[in-house]
Design a protein around this ligand. Sequence first.
Ligand SMILES: *[C@@H]1O[C@H](CO)[C@@H](O)[C@H](O)[C@H]1NC(C)=O
Ligand SMILES: *[C@@H]1O[C@H](CO)[C@@H](O)[C@H](O)[C@H]1NC(C)=O
Ligand SMILES: *[C@@H]1O[C@H](CO)[C@@H](O)[C@H](O)[C@H]1NC(C)=O
Length: 360
Amino acid sequence: MAATSRTRISLVIILLLLEAIFTIQLQAIAGKPDLQLKLDNKILQESVVNLINDNAQAGWRASMNPQFANYTVGQFMHLLGVKPMSEGDLRGISVVTHKKGLKLPKMFDARTAWPQCITIGDIRGQGHCGSCWAFGAVEALSDRFCIHFGMNISLSVNDLLACCGFMCGDGCDGGYPISAWRYFVHTGVVTEECDPYFDNNGCTHPGCEPAYPTPKCEKRCKKQNLLWQDSKHFSVDAYRINSDPYNIMAEILMNGPVEVSFTVYEDFAHYKSGVYRHLTGEEMGGHAVKLIGWGTTNDGEDYWLLANQWNRSWGDDGYFMIRRGTNECGIEEDVVAGLPSSRNIIIEYGHVDVSHDASI
Ligand SMILES: *[C@@H]1O[C@H](CO)[C@@H](O)[C@H](O)[C@H]1NC(C)=O
Ligand SMILES: *[C@@H]1O[C@H](CO)[C@@H](O)[C@H](O)[C@H]1NC(C)=O
Ligand SMILES: *[C@@H]1O[C@H](CO)[C@@H](O)[C@H](O)[C@H]1NC(C)=O
């Protein structure tokens, strides 16, 4: 009697196990065609817009952003060009912590703090290339040249994208933000005037495929009278900033905008205004942008203020806000920057001083 019931229990267990294995296999088979189908879908969905806008607690508004009107899920994912780094790769990089006791303003916007620095408010466009890792870096360093040296320059994404090579990752197929800053230290970066971005017109014709490949490294200014080596601008160092929000705010207040990476989900493509937090949709990839300020809404929600590079027909005129202090989508985890170097800019310095003297 006891023996038969034991046999029966074993049989049931075996059957359950078999069923589990079978189900797992079925799911594995079903997984692939599903994803394939999704990559060809449009990234923007009315259902997502409605879900967000019908949720009074969302804290942000969604819309069918014109910038992505014709983007598929696959094309959108390609824009998210931050490659993950291993613990080992991160170990050698210095992490900056700021001394406590700085009086931080409740609200800060780098555009109004340094109104003479017009690049801070620039919204660029990365086109169809996964070059966000380069944009965030080049934009923050341009701003820092203005903040520290009083010069208006726009630095070149193309130089970094085309000439940093495998050190920085894989060009339009993604790269490492911290490697961009290291390139600024060792090789320097030319101006946008010398080497303009290759994909400024976007992909205007229908069915623009395959995506543009990474531009070739030519080390030659497109403008006749400019020299590649003379156009190089360097940074002193390349560092990470401690994830505690105090440190991030202190860094921006003292040195200017920083580059941050975070995880993008489907709903982020639909962001229009307000303070973003992830509410719906799958993980799409890692993205890098420029962090320019912070504040608190009337409802008491703390936020970060950022400039994206998806043109002005995405989000809040190209900008967005995201929750601050909760490491939303990892926004406080991977903050990188460097200080601008006076190397190679002696001539421009002289020029600035001369014109200043002349006006007195
Ligand atoms: C940068 O250029 C803008 C517009 O041309 C100008 O208003 C501003 O004063 C310049 N800033 C510096 C630091 O030269
Ligand atoms: C995106 O912005 C850039 C720079 O402002 C501009 O040159 C380009 O035409 C814009 N692209 C699209 C697709 O709107
Ligand atoms: C999207 O594609 C349609 C048709 O191909 C075109 O008319 C429209 O201008 C495109 N929209 C954008 C924002 O590129």
